[in-house]
Each structure stands twice: as structure tokens, then as C-alpha cells.
Design a protein around this ligand. Structure first.
Ligand code: MN
Length: 423
């Protein structure tokens, strides 16, 4: 599929620095807040583009949008127009801000109303998430966890290569980058023969994931095939799925994750459309054993997205502790969505689906401290002389991600959050 807005030769009349995640080939969507209010925006370089102002000035005429789609605090109304609507909007923005298109560029008064320095805009949670699902789709992550808690010769559970395993999470506590999180409290069971205790989590961890946001799906009872899946996916973000490992260990049998997972997850503020990621498609791993027919797919359905995660202790330097890639996924988004709906479960506009922790095959490519420190047996040395097995109070965890090809870099910016002590 050729999308004009992805042309690597396009340049914007807005200045874009060389290593920016936001060249004109990106055109992500987010929600900004300034003294003038909250509204839908896009971004090129270090400028947020006020879509409400663009709409009011008439630059978005003849598209299927109305003022209230932009004069709002979430992308959901805009996303209700579906893939055709948001694709046409992205293509229009590409045209308006391309070099050579001067109607807007030469009108200083309009430019002033439309462009806002990103430092002057607060990013708010981009999507009102109705339902949140977390998958478990990285083979290396599932293998590592299986090695640690079961047996290296039998690390993957029998269902893992047949089912894109997932669970229903909590939507209310998904928050935007920059929101502080308090160390959660809960029950833990220190050892087999002691009773459970209550207190702050001692094994606080991040999970390096990517999330995808859906358009309105089909009616209850219908299914979305792997072939159709992309028509129902709006875009992606970085996703930090915090985990309280000690609480999780005690609570998860027999029904799975609960309080160890639902206290907070963080997302990056700009949703990068699936259209913008199209040039970075790659093939996935050979799936052996063969999957059931409803999970079969054709074409390149994986994405080459470089990922990194770092820890910054308070008043100290940042240290990168893991470098992974979204292409390491065993199950792709098409398969996840097909599986999610195969029983007739309906997905809604604004649902969030996360990948599961993304770990690569090498040490150094792991996506959680559980794996990086191998259950605490291999502490990580920090620049300030301290060490980390898990996340300590007042540490800031930052995840970044970008794709790069043919001299074009399309990125996600970052998702950052500081861990505050337990309340
Ligand atoms: Mn997770």
C-alpha cells in the first residue's frame, strides 16, 4: 500500500531537527492543554499543531469532521470517523505542512494561531480508554519467566504457541506520561511457611510494551479476521505496564493478574497511526507448530520499532537498562485482534491493547527488571554507584521508541514516570 504522506522525500516548512521523532512523515495525534483550553493536536518537529484552530480557519474543510471532534479532551470523537476519516485527515495535514504548499506557511497570522511550541503545551491522556487488554506475546519474555519460575526445559506453558494469551486489565488507571505513580501496597507472602503480610510492594517493576488503540469494531457476536484487523487499528503508543511482582506472585492463582497490575499503566502522549508505521513492516517469526486457521495471516504484519528503557535515580544520570524491538513479537496485532474477537467479543472505539513485555533474544534486550536482574540475582550497576534489582522510590523510568528507514525516522517520543514512595 502506498500512502502519499509517507513519501520519504517530503519535507515540512516547519523546522525539524535531524533526530526528531516527528518529521512530516509521522503526523501523530494527541491532546494538548494550554491556557486557551484543551484540544486535539498533531505535531511536526517541536511544534504542536492545533487542529481546532486549523478547523476554525477552514483548512480542514471537506473532511468528515466537525468542530466538536477537535474541541474536546480526547481523540475518541475523531476516531469515530474510522480509518478512512483519520487517514484523510493525516493526508490533509501532510499537504498543509509540506514545503511548497504556501497558503498557510505565508500567512503569519494563521501560523501563529495554529502552531504552539511543545514546551508550552501540556500533554493530556490522548484517549478515553473503554477497555484495556494486555497480551503476553513475546516468546523470549514468556520463556524467561518460565525459566525463572518453572523449568528451562519446559518454560512455555502448553497453550502459549497456540493462543495469543491475554487478560482483561483495568482502563481507569491508564495515565499519560509524566503522571507520578505511588508504590502500591498490598499482600505479599514472603515464604512458603509464613503467613501473608501487608505493606508496600518490594519488587516494583516496569514492563516495556507497545499499545495499540482501536476504532469501533463489529457488533457483539461478530469476529474480526486477521485480514481485516488493520481496518480496526488507529495507531500505537509506548506502554509501561507497571508490575508489583511480589503482590502478583501471591494473588495470581487461580484467576490471574489483579492488584499487582491495576494501580497504573503509563502511555506516551502521541498516538502514531498505523499508516505512518506502514513503511516499517517486517516479517515475523516462523510459527511452529502451525496455528489454527483463524490465526493464519499473510504479508508482513510485524513492525520494526527500536525500543529502549532507562532508569534515572533522583539527582543522578540516566542509565539505559534495556534495548528491545517490537519486531521480536511472536504474535502480531492482527492475530491478537482476531483472537480477541473470535468468540464474538466486541471491541469499541478507544479500546487499548498492549503487547505484553517485549524481550529480545539477547541479554541486554530484556523488557523488565525481573528479567534484566534475573529475579534479583544480577543487579544492575547505576552511574551513581548504587545498584538496581527492581525500581526504587524516586527513580524515573523512561521508555522511548522509533522506526527508521530510507533516512526517515518516525518515533513515539517517550513515556516517562517517577515512582513516589507508598502513600
Ligand atoms: Mn504487561
Amino acid at each position: 500500500m502506498t500512502i502519499a504522506a509517507n513519501d520519504p522525500n517530503l519535507k515540512s516548512w516547519i523546522e525539524v531537527s535531524e533526530n526528531s521523532d516527528f518529521p512530516i512523515q509521522n503526523i501523530p495525534f494527541g491532546v494538548i492543554k494550554t491556557s486557551e483550553g484543551t484540544r486535539v493536536a498533531s505535531r511536526i518537529g517541536d511544534k504542536a499543531i492545533d487542529l481546532l484552530a486549523l478547523f476554525v480557519l477552514g483548512y480542514l474543510d471537506n473532511l468528515p469532521f466537525q468542530r466538536s471532534d477537535f474541541e474536546t479532551d480526547a481523540l475518541n470523537p475523531m476516531m469515530e470517523k474510522g480509518k478512512q476519516g483519520t487517514r484523510a485527515l493525516r493526508n490533509r495535514l501532510s499537504k498543509l505542512f509540506s514545503e511548497g504548499y504556501e497558503d498557510l506557511a505565508k500567512n503569519d497570522h494563521h501560523v501563529q494561531q495554529v502552531l504552539i511550541d511543545v514546551n508550552e503545551a501540556e500533554m493530556v491522556m490522548p484517549v478515553k480508554v473503554g477497555d484495556y487488554t494486555d497480551f503476553y506475546s513475546s516468546e523470549q519474555h514468556a520463556y524467561n519467566v518460565g525459566c525463572m519460575f518453572r523449568d528451562p526445559n519446559n518454560a512455555l506453558l502448553p497453550n502459549w504457541k497456540h493462543i495469543p494469551v491475554g487478560y482483561h486489565g483495568r482502563a481507569s488507571s491508564i495515565v499519560v506520561s509524566g503522571t507520578p505513580v505511588h508504590r502500591p501496597k498490598g499482600q505479599q507472602k514472603p515464604s512458603e511457611d509464613e503467613p501473608p503480610v501487608f505493606g508496600p510492594c518490594k519488587l516494583f517493576d516496569f514492563e516495556l510494551e507497545m499499545g495499540f488503540v482501536t476504532y469501533e469494531g463489529k457488533p457483539l457476536g461478530d469476529s474480526i479476521s486477521t485480514e481485516e484487523a488493520e481496518d480496526y487499528i488507529f495507531g500505537m503508543c509506548l506502554f509501561n505496564d507497571w508490575s508489583a511482582r511480589d503482590i502478583q506472585k501471591w494473588e495470581y492463582v487461580p484467576l490471574g493478574p489483579f492488584l499487582a497490575k491495576n494501580f497504573a499503566s503509563h502511555v506516551s502522549p502521541w498516538i502514531v497511526t498505523l499508516d505512518a508505521l506502514e513503511p516499517f513492516r517486517v516479517s515475523g517469526p516462523v510459527q511452529d507448530p502451525k496455528v489454527l486457521p483463524y490465526l493464519e495471516y499473510s504479508g508482513d504484519k510485524h513492525l520494526d520499532i527500536n525500543l529502549e528503557v532507562s532508569i534515572t535515580p533522583e539527582n543522578s544520570e540516566e542509565k539505559v537498562v534495556g534495548n528491545s524491538n517490537y519486531k521480536f513479537m511472536y504474535w502480531n496485532m492482527n492475530q491478537q485482534l482476531a483472537h480477541h474477537t473470535v468468540n464474538g467479543c466486541n471491541i469499541k472505539n478507544g479500546d487499548m491493547m498492549a503487547s505484553g513485555t517485549i524481550s529480545g533474544p539477547e541479554e541486554g534486550q530484556y523488557g523488565s527488571m525481573l528479567e534484566i536482574s534475573w529475579k534479583g540475582t544480577k543487579p544492575v550497576a547505576m552511574p551513581d554507584g548504587s545498584e538496581r534489582k527492581f525500581i526504587l522510590d524516586n527513580d524515573t523510568v523512561i521508555m522511548r521508541g522509533y522506526s527508521e528507514k530510507n533516512g526517515v525516522r518516525v518515533g513515539f517520543g517517550e513515556v516517562s514516570a517517577k515512582l513516589l514512595p507508598a502513600k
